[in-house]
Design a protein around this ligand. Structure first.
Ligand code: NAD
Ligand code: MG
Length: 376
């Protein structure tokens, strides 16, 4: 039985993870579940499956009382538990830069990480992959594209046999909208994702295609590939989750109905496989699979992410922080959809800091967000 520390348990990925665990109670056990808010929802999981420790990291955790002694409050309590308790794998489904310190804490104590929090890798990919190596830990992607790539790479006898990685993207709700109409996009429009049901932040990132940009940087770090070996391809059905092209022209892909329960389960069962929690895929119901090139003019954050990734150093942290702040402002309806890429771009023309340490990265993330929030 695998013992799991589930961070971000009340979110979209967290809820799907609970479904996977309920389906396989003999295989998985949650020893810790954390959330930032929605305390009742977190504690209710305890009525569905056995959970040893609950942690509320946000402000509203402070007032909880009347529950047994396994409820902990605050980020420090979570960090201490991650050092003290016995677990096999952390599933990090915290949203945004807040997830970085937990990825680091898990790796430093020698734990494998099932990583949904792609922001960790975008901000500190070099540090995290090095930490994983030093501590003999695996980082197993939960992101569906990277889960697909990991499976497609199993055909690689040698890394030199890989020609390129093809990251597929649904294109989001605006792939067919004319650029001139982007100025009228409302929050409600942007929250309607055509194929995936996800948390608000990643849903907006999918609408701007910043999400695919973050995933390009994530792929670079996870699979140790150059940026010019990564292509993005729009595939509106979200059935092919990504592909790897080999030097002989073979393209290997992984297919399934879009449902995050599959990559979550694979990340937890890896290298094993268990019966599906998500429904099996009936290809006859899909009828057609289509592909086309992304439009970099309509989605400038995608092109920016390639540049940012190539620059390296502190620039990906700035990109990520500015994007997170801009998305927060958009979710609060303080800015327009088309302001998001502009806000991010403005922050990028600064002298780089190469090989930043973790403190510098965390400081810069805070500084950029505070700066943007005070301007709006
Ligand atoms: P969500 O907003 O639905 O849930 C976020 C979770 O993190 C919640 O449990 C929340 O309480 C917790 N949280 C929020 N702020 C926190 C903080 N400061 N400290 C600690 N915990 C905090 O988000 P989601 O859609 O589940 O996404 C989670 C992560 O997974 C993101 O990094 C996202 O990019 C990635 N991801 C999500 C999907 C998806 O389908 N939702 C797919 C691929 C990758
Ligand atoms: Mg993805």
């Amino acid at each position: 039985m695998k013992k799991i520390a589930l961070l971000g348990a009340t979110g979209s990925i967290g809820q799907s993870t609970i479904e996977v665990i309920k389906r396989h109670p003999e295989e998985f056990k949650v020893v810790l579940a954390s959330a930032h808010s929605r305390t009742e929802e977190l504690l209710n999981y305890g009525n569905e499956i056995p959970i040893d420790h609950f942690v509320i990291t946000g402000e509203n955790g402070v007032g909880i009382s009347g529950h047994p002694g396994n409820i902990h409050k605050g980020e420090d309590a979570l960090l201490s538990l991650l050092e003290e308790i016995d677990y096999d794998i952390m599933l990090n489904a915290v949203v945004g830069s807040a997830g970085l310190k937990y990825t680091v804490a898990g790796l430093k104590t020698g734990h494998n990480i099932a990583l949904a929090n792609k922001e960790s890798l975008v901000m500190a990919g070099d540090i995290i992959t090095e930490l994983a190596k030093e501590n003999h830990c695996k980082i197993i992607p939960v992101d569906s594209e990277h889960c697909a790539i990991m499976q497609c790479l199993e055909s690689a006898k040698d890394k030199s046999h890989v020609r390129r990685i093809i990251l597929t993207a649904s294109g989001g709700p605006f792939s067919n909208l004319r650029l001139e109409a982007f100025k009228n996009i409302t929050l409600q429009d942007a929250l309607q994702h055509p194929t995936w049901a996800m948390g608000n932040k990643i849903t907006i990132d999918s609408a701007t295609m910043a999400n695919k940009g973050l995933e390009v940087i994530e792929a670079h770090h996870l699979f140790n590939v150059y940026y010019d070996e990564i292509d993005v391809l729009i595939h509106p059905q979200s059935v092919i989750h990504s592909m790897v092209e080999y030097i002989d022209g073979s393209i290997i892909s992984q297919l399934s109905f879009p449902d995050m329960k599959l990559p979550i389960q694979y990340a937890l069962s890896y290298p094993d496989r268990f019966d599906a929690t998500a429904q099996y895929t009936d290809l006859a119901k899909i009828h057609e699979l289509t592909f086309y090139k992304p439009n970099f003019e309509k989605f400038p954050l995608l092109g920016m992410a390639f540049e940012v990734g190539k620059n390296g150093g502190i620039i990906p942290t700035i990109f990520n922080a500015a994007n997170e702040a801009a998305v927060t402002l958009f979710l609060q309806e303080k800015i327009h959809f088309i302001d998001i890429p502009d806000i991010v771009e403005k922050e990028l023309s600064v002298p780089n800091i190469y090989n930043p340490d973790l403190e510098t990265i965390i400081e810069k993330d805070k500084e950029i967000k505070e700066k943007i929030y005070t301007n709006y």
